[in-house]
Design a protein around this ligand. Structure first.
Ligand code: AMP
Ligand code: GLY
Length: 429
């Protein structure tokens, strides 16, 4: 089987790494991929092109299955185009991808199907948003969310009416702010521990893959700016089976049934961003219609079973294939370029050679993201450069291994957090 993966980051590298190890996979194409993927024998990166070029490439090269890493191509209908061309695609249609593409669609969907989520109101205009704010009980605070995809910049959690009003101005009126929305979501703050849970889905069939907790802030102790993710861990003791069953019964199953009943069945990775309250009950913060980054790099090395065949069969209605995570923990630590996350005109320190010093071992895996080749050298070309995953019998053991490995990787001006996996299981990042 030949597979095409869309994307270029660590998540796509981890997927390619796993698929390249599977016996019945002949070739893994990654578009556009990154230079680090050249280490994978069966992998080949292909340049970015338009949808028609991708489809023609897939037909010419006998691609049996396409998988998409990032959300934007899915909300733009990539799955619909592939399906129309008769190429199996493990990812949702544009209609089903609204679960991530529109925060308001997603909240109203949850309300229609009694899926637990924070209470909310929708403002259709700036004036309406201000009216809602003036009546809001600020003892409990408020979360303001721009409606569309905003690369993680469209959410502000605040406890003050002043800040809420400023944010509404920024999101809806301020010409100097890049986030723009004509509709705003206003919701209660959820309190508890955050966790990302994943389902591999085809209409109402699913495999519950498991969960991981990421660290979103750039600095140790969850300080500093929000990022795409600085690291992640999987603690197999939490969420426990009881909690996982609640996630399946109260979130995953009604989500899939609800989408099907509305005529927009869901195929693909379903990422449930959850808050677990004190009573051990899950509340949906958000859905994503793809795997997480760096959750994928954390979970994939634990995955046992043929991922390629499992996804292919799910899309095509073939027999189900066993996929499960090993009974182990894992930790993934991300190395970033100096200056990441780059905000405004602030520049990152790019173009330096990455040196691997005494990093030979078989217990950890390096996944590549913002890297490019310069002759024989590998240089950093993006914010998140690479990440190290270690698997072991405890989160603590994995942490130790991951940091030993990280110490052997040299990159000028680079940064990584020293406390990945240290925070109390799943608490807010
Ligand atoms: P989102 O883009 O919706 O995932 O929001 C980004 C982050 O904001 C989440 O990972 C949470 O940490 C936080 N957040 C979003 N909504 C809420 C909420 N209702 N209560 C508490 N925190 C939230
Ligand atoms: N790690 C969060 C995300 O992929 O959206």
């Amino acid at each position: 089987m030949n597979i095409l993966i869309i994307g270029s980051g660590g998540r796509e590298d981890a997927l390619a790494w796993k698929l390249c190890q599977e016996q019945n996979i002949k070739k893994v194409y990654i578009c556009p991929g990154n230079a680090g993927m050249q280490r994978l024998e069966k992998a080949e990166t292909i340049p970015m092109g338009g949808i028609n070029e991708l489809i023609n490439f897939s037909l010419d090269n006998h691609v049996h299955l396409c998988i998409c890493g990032p959300e934007a191509p899915l909300t733009e209908g990539l799955a619909d185009h592939f399906s129309k061309a008769g190429i199996a695609f493990f990812g949702p249609s544009a209609q089903a991808a609204r679960l991530e593409g529109s925060k308001i669609f997603s909240k109203e969907f949850m309300a229609r199907h009694n899926i637990p989520t924070a209470k909310f109101k929708v403002a259709e205009s700036y004036e309406e948003a201000i009216q809602i704010i003036e009546k809001w009980d600020f003892e409990k605070g408020i979360v303001l969310k721009a409606d569309g995809l905003a690369g993680g910049k469209g959410v502000v959690v605040t406890h003050s009416q002043e800040e809420a009003k400023d944010t509404i101005f920024d999101f809806m009126k301020n010409p100097d702010v890049s986030i723009k929305t004509s509709r705003l979501l206003l919701e209660d703050i959820l309190i508890g521990e955050e966790v990302s849970c994943f389902g591999l889905c085809a209409e109402e069939n699913f495999i519950f893959l498991g969960s991981a907790c990421d660290h979103k802030r750039v600095g140790d102790g969850d300080t500093g700016a929000n990022t795409g993710g600085m690291g992640c861990f999987r603690d197999r003791k939490w969420p426990d089976q009881t909690l996982q069953d609640k996630v399946i019964e109260q979130v995953l199953k009604p989500t899939l049934a609800g989408l099907k009943s509305e005529g927009t069945p869901f195929t693909g990775f379903l990422f449930m961003g959850l808050m677990i309250d004190e009573g051990g009950n899950p509340w949906v913060i958000e859905y994503n219609v793809r795997m997480g980054d760096p959750e994928t790099q954390t979970l994939i090395p634990l995955l046992v079973g043929d991922l390629g065949s499992a996804l292919f069969n799910m899309v095509n209605g073939g027999p189900s294939i066993d996929l499960a995570l090993e009974d182990k923990d894992s930790v993934h630590v991300v190395l970033t370029s100096g200056g990441y996350p780059s905000i405004g005109k602030h520049e990152m320190s790019l173009g330096h050679e990455i040196h691997f010093v005494n990093t030979d071992d078989d217990k950890s895996e390096v996944f590549f993201a913002g890297v490019r080749a310069q002759g024989e050298k590998l240089i950093n070309s993006g914010g998140r450069v690479l990440g190290v995953t270690c698997v072991g019998s405890s989160v603590e053991d994995c942490r130790k291994q991951a940091y030993t490995k990280m110490e052997g990787i040299e990159l000028k001006d680079s940064h990584y957090r020293r406390d990945i996996g240290e925070r109390k299981r799943g608490s807010k990042s």
